[in-house]
Design a protein around this ligand. Structure first.
Ligand code: HEM
Length: 404
């Protein structure tokens, strides 16, 4: 009996404490003018529900509070906007003080010079440096041939094997980017690099609490190791007498034709940015493309027809060239449709640099705004029968655009 009373007492105590903490946190953010919503637990907010439930979390909150609501995610008080008009306004309001606002964990781990962390002239400079790495001529003469060569070898031994597509597409995204960045050294670098990079990625999506055994702590350690590896690579190249084939690292080290002089630290942060931006995005899109093609044999048949047609015009073993790539109209439609239906990026994060009014709500300085754009991809007015995988819809669109 006594044990039962103790258990009931403990349970009641925990319930009372939890309710008090939740209530205290709600009161803390209960400022006049804020949109409705819940703030969750002190410090942790609603991060766990947000990460675990994904789009369902957003749908549930919208059903309760409307298209603009408040929450507390990834360590920050946040306004979520699912209102297309307001989203457009926010994205065009950099000059009014709404700046990119990625979580602290992401900024700490990707480095202080990464493009998401810098604003104004510094952002312009980093953007210029990155864009020069993907000029039309570089895409034609370097990026396309290197991807073609990489994919031929990456796919070479898949026959008669059970393949983990998620794993393979992740390897593909990281290794093909490494090849673009440091062509010659990429294969020797990749073994030590890959496990560190995976820890870095996990760390960017965690609460910024630096305790041993947390993803954030492991992410910071991984960043240190990656910075060391890339630093050594830069030093080796600088001390080497040999001339290198042109790759992204050599371009960045040469100041991209002397137009963008970056320090070694800035070069390393740009490289981490390129690898990070093209990792989850490209691997998940490619994985979903494989799934959709498997589920839709007619699409696969049409895609094969396009590719076999291109192959027929070439000698065996000839690489793909720019004209071949440009002629892949149906392939492009498959990529667009995969990107639409799979929606890899649900939205973008911004932050307020001063108190401001949005849609009649007063948003305090320093709050994050999650511009949630996912729903646009499933709007039946824009995409009839939106949940069907139908690449042909993009061919009709292109014809219409040409006619207009
Ligand atoms: C399916 C593939 C991809 C998707 C869906 C995607 C999506 C996005 C989105 C939504 C943004 C805007 C972020 C914001 O405004 O806050 C962005 C920015 C950016 N992305 Fe991607 N991305 C993809 C692939 C890549 C790849 C492969 C790279 C690099 C190799 C890359 C590099 C960047 C960079 C550098 C920015 C920042 C641009 C700036 O701030 O001026 N992305 N991407």
């Amino acid at each position: 009996m006594a044990v039962l009373i103790v258990i009931i007492g403990v349970v009641l105590g925990v319930c009372l404490l939890s309710t008090a903490l939740l209530r205290w946190n709600e009161m803390k953010y209960n400022k006049k003018g804020l949109p409705p919503g819940t703030m969750g637990w002190p410090l942790f907010g609603e991060t766990t529900d947000f990460l675990k439930q994904g789009p369902s979390f957003m749908k549930n909150q919208r059903a309760r509070y409307g298209s603009v609501f408040k929450s507390h995610i990834l360590g920050c008080p946040t306004i979520v906007s699912m209102d297309p008009e307001l989203n457009r306004y926010i994205l065009m309001s950099e000059s009014k003080g709404i700046l990119p606002g990625y979580p602290q964990s992401m900024l700490d781990i990707l480095g202080k010079s990464n493009i998401a962390a810098v604003h104004g002239p510094a952002h312009k400079n980093m953007r210029g440096a990155l864009l020069s790495l993907v000029s039309p001529s570089i895409i034609k003469h370097q990026i396309l041939p290197k991807i073609d060569e990489f994919m031929t070898s990456h796919l070479s031994n898949w026959t008669d094997q059970i393949i983990d597509i998620q794993q393979k597409t992740k390897e593909m995204a990281l290794l093909s980017s490494l090849k673009q960045i440091s062509g010659i050294e990429s294969s020797s670098l990749s073994k030590e690099f890959m496990p560190e990079f995976c820890k870095l990625v996990l760390g960017t999506l965690s609460l910024p609490i630096n305790l041993p055994n947390t993803n954030y702590h492991r992410g910071l350690q991984a960043r240190k190791n990656i910075v060391r590896m890339l630093g050594e690579l830069i030093d080796e190249r600088r001390n080497s007498k040999e001339t290198h084939e042109e790759d992204m690292l050599s371009l960045l080290m040469s100041g991209v034709d002397n137009r963008y002089k970056l320090s070694d630290e800035e070069i390393i942060d740009q490289i981490i940015t390129i690898l990070y931006s093209g990792y989850e995005t490209v691997s998940t899109t490619s994985m979903m493309a494989v799934k959709y093609l498997h589920d839709h044999p007619k699409v696969l048949q049409e895609l094969r027809k396009e590719h076999l047609g291109i192959r027929e015009r070439k000698l065996a073993g000839d690489p793909l060239d720019w004209e071949d790539y440009k002629s892949m109209k149906f392939t492009r439609a498959v990529i667009f449709e995969t990107s639409r239906l799979a929606t890899i990026v649900n939205g973008v994060l911004r932050k307020t640099t001063k108190e401001m009014e949005l849609n009649g709500f007063v948003i305090p300085e320093g709050w994050r705004i999650y511009v949630y754009t996912r729903e646009i991809n499933y709007d039946p007015c824009l995409y009839p029968d939106p949940y069907t995988f139908n690449p042909w819809r993009w061919l009709v669109r292109c014809v219409l655009l040409v006619l207009i």
